[in-house]
Structures are given as structure tokens and as C-alpha cells.
Design a protein around this ligand. Structure first.
Ligand code: CP
Ligand code: NVA
Length: 339
């Protein structure tokens, strides 16, 4: 544990454009090294040797849990999974007290503990970096993963983001939620146009929109973040990637019947892509877990288009890059000072 103020990773906005690109590159490099069964290079290798990472989860998780535990081990450290019945948090102990105690004995807190305000409180009281493993508003590890997955599928955009071919276009058809908010900002920071269709009852948060639009302007390749009032068909026009997430996020189970009605017409299907005029080569992404209502089986299991399994696997490499950047390198993600 360090005595200086730690740098936390709570949302994609915590990263500059260059830092996001550096994390994505590092994640890709880690993937290549692990897949070729080579040792992770210095400073990755043994970056967390004899260190522990506390993982506070009071919501279910498959990918985030497995990828984070795996990433800590790849870096030579020891993950401690603390589920909601394992520690005193939320029952006998406050967020503040938990943060002070855990950060006195570990090198990082990775937390999925509910509302975004909870993770803000945790980070305010922690003396080690806090990494958001999904909150009500953000899912930054997923967004780093998704940019890596898009980069692998469309390398030419990343080789020449200001090139004459124009920006790549990602369409989000679904709920206005945590996954969208970090994905749209990450896309904006990568020069990717985002067009969004959500049901009228679930508008995109205006502050999040402003943040993403500012990032797109800063990128300066003509990419934009647009909300399509014309619905899903308008949003998929000219899209390279179609993305969605569950319509019923964890904690919203009681809204299921109502939301299923309000999202009628929002299922991603081959027919929607054709009617709306997505590009012929369009790909599909979903952070998982998936329910059939938001995407048809034909699209989800279409191996030509669906990137979902690669996207899930890429969580491991994104977690390695994030832990390395925020913990091993103490937040100095671009050590040359270029951000
Ligand atoms: N995508 C994602 O965060 O999945 P889990 O909820 O299984 O961690
Ligand atoms: N929006 C979903 C994402 C799950 C990974 C949720 O918050 O439950």
C-alpha cells in the first residue's frame, strides 16, 4: 500500500484519449503474450508479486470476477474474493470503515458494490487504487475490453483514425445504462461515431452525453455521438458494429414486465440490420450475460458477425492492463508523460 493519493479507475472519463489507447494496446500485447504461452513482459511479470487485491462484490458476476482473479494471478499476486456474505460491509460496517481497513492491508480494491455513489465513497476513503467492477453508472473494464475487441475486428480504423475512410460507426440499440455510458465515451475517445436508440422512457443521461460529445470533439476526426429519435432502424444506418446489453440490469428485476413492453421493437435481428441499412460486414457485440429478448439467437450465435465470445475472453486482458496501469504503475499509464 502506498502513502500518496492513489489514482482510481471509476469510469472511462478517468482516462485521457492517449491513456485509453495505451491500455487497449497493453491489453492486446498481454493477449498475444499469453496466447503464445510466453511470459508476460516486465513490468507485467510479477508486477503484483506478494501483493493482494481485494474484490468486493455484492452483485453476481461471471466475467468480471473470473477475469479479475485471473489477471491478478497472471501478474503474480493473490486475489481475495469477498462476496456479500463474506465481509461485514453493508451489514455491520460502513463503506468508509471497510475502505480504510481493506486498503491498509491490500494493494487494490476492485469493487462491484451497487450505486455509483457507493464506489465514490469507497474510493474517497481508500489509500490504494479502487477499480470499478460495475456500478449503477459505469463499467470501465468492459469499455476497455470493447475497444480492444473493436480494434481487433477493424484494425484499419485504429491504424488511421483520421484517414479518408471516415470514422467507424457503432450503434447501440437498447437501454441507457452503465455499459452504454462508458462504451460511448470510450468510442468517442477512440474516434468512433456512436448512434444510440433507447426507448423514450429511458433517455440517455444528458451529462454523460455531454462528456462523450466533448471527447469526440477533442478527437477531431469528425466522429460524433448522436441520439436517434427515429428509433433502432435510424440508429443502425451505416453501422459497422451493433451493440446491446440486457434490458433488465441487476437490481431492476421488478421492472421486468414493464420494460419488456417498453423495449418492444428493440431486439437486434438480421432483419433490423437489413431494414436500417447497417454496413454489409456489420458485427455484433454484447457484454453478456445475454437474454434472448434483446438479440435474436440467429444474430447472437452467428459466428460470422457475433464477436461475443472474443469480447468475453478479452475481459482478462483488459483486467491485466488496468491492474498493471493503475496498481503496478501507480496510475502512470503513459510513463513518458504524454497523455
Ligand atoms: N460483462 C460483465 O460484466 O459480466 P459479469 O456480470 O458476468 O461480470
Ligand atoms: N447493465 C448490466 C450489465 C451487466 C454486466 C447490469 O448492470 O446488470
Amino acid at each position: 500500500p502506498t502513502t500518496t493519493e492513489p489514482r482510481h479507475f471509476l469510469s472511462i472519463s478517468d482516462l485521457s484519449q492517449t491513456e485509453l489507447a495505451a491500455l487497449v494496446k497493453r491489453a492486446g500485447d498481454a493477449k498475444a503474450m499469453i496466447k503464445s504461452r510466453k511470459q508476460l513482459a516486465i513490468p507485467l511479470k510479477n508486477g503484483l508479486a506478494r501483493q493482494t487485491v481485494a474484490m468486493l462484490f455484492n452483485k453476481r458476476s461471471t466475467r468480471t470476477r473470473i477475469s479479475t482473479e485471473g489477471a491478478v494471478v497472471h501478474l503474480g499476486g493473490h486475489p481475495m474474493f469477498l462476496g456479500k456474505n463474506d465481509i461485514q460491509l453493508g451489514v455491520n460496517e460502513s463503506t468508509h470503515d471497510t475502505a480504510v481497513v481493506l486498503s491498509s492491508m491490500t494493494s487494490c480494491l476492485v469493487a462491484r458494490i451497487g450505486q455509483h455513489s457507493d464506489i465514490l465513497s469507497l474510493s474517497a476513503s481508500s489509500t490504494v487504487p479502487v477499480i470499478n467492477a460495475l456500478s449503477g453508472l459505469h463499467h470501465p473494464l468492459q469499455a476497455v475490453t470493447d475497444i480492444l475487441t473493436i480494434k481487433e475486428a477493424f484494425p484499419s480504423h485504429f491504424a488511421q483514425p483520421h484517414g479518408p475512410q471516415g470514422p467507424l460507426k457503432l450503434s447501440w440499440i437498447g437501454d441507457a445504462n452503465n455499459v452504454l455510458y462508458d462504451l460511448m465515451t470510450a468510442c468517442a475517445k477512440s474516434g468512433i461515431t456512436v448512434s444510440i436508440a433507447t426507448p423514450e422512457a429511458y433517455p440517455v443521461d444528458l451529462y454523460m452525453l455531454k462528456v462523450a460529445r466533448r471527447a469526440a470533439e477533442e478527437f477531431g476526426n469528425g466522429s460524433v455521438v448522436e441520439v436517434c429519435n427515429g428509433g433502432p432502424e435510424e440508429a443502425v444506418k451505416g453501422a459497422d458494429v451493433l451493440v446491446t446489453d440486457t434490458w433488465i440490469s441487476m437490481g431492476q428485476e421488478s421492472e421486468k414486465a414493464l420494460k419488456l413492453k417498453q423495449f418492444s421493437g428493440y431486439q437486434i435481428t438480421h432483419s433490423l440490420a437489413a431494414r436500417g441499412g447497417a454496413k454489409p460486414h456489420w458485427k455484433f457485440m454484447h457484454c453478456l450475460p445475454r437474454k434472448p429478448e434483446e438479440v435474436s439467437d440467429e444474430v447472437f450465435y452467428d459466428n460470422e458477425r457475433s464477436l461475443v465470445w472474443t469480447e468475453a475472453e478479452n475481459r482478462l486482458y483488459a483486467a491485466i492492463a488496468a491492474l498493471e496501469g493503475f496498481v503496478v504503475m501507480e496510475g502512470k499509464i503513459c510513463p513518458e508523460g504524454v497523455t
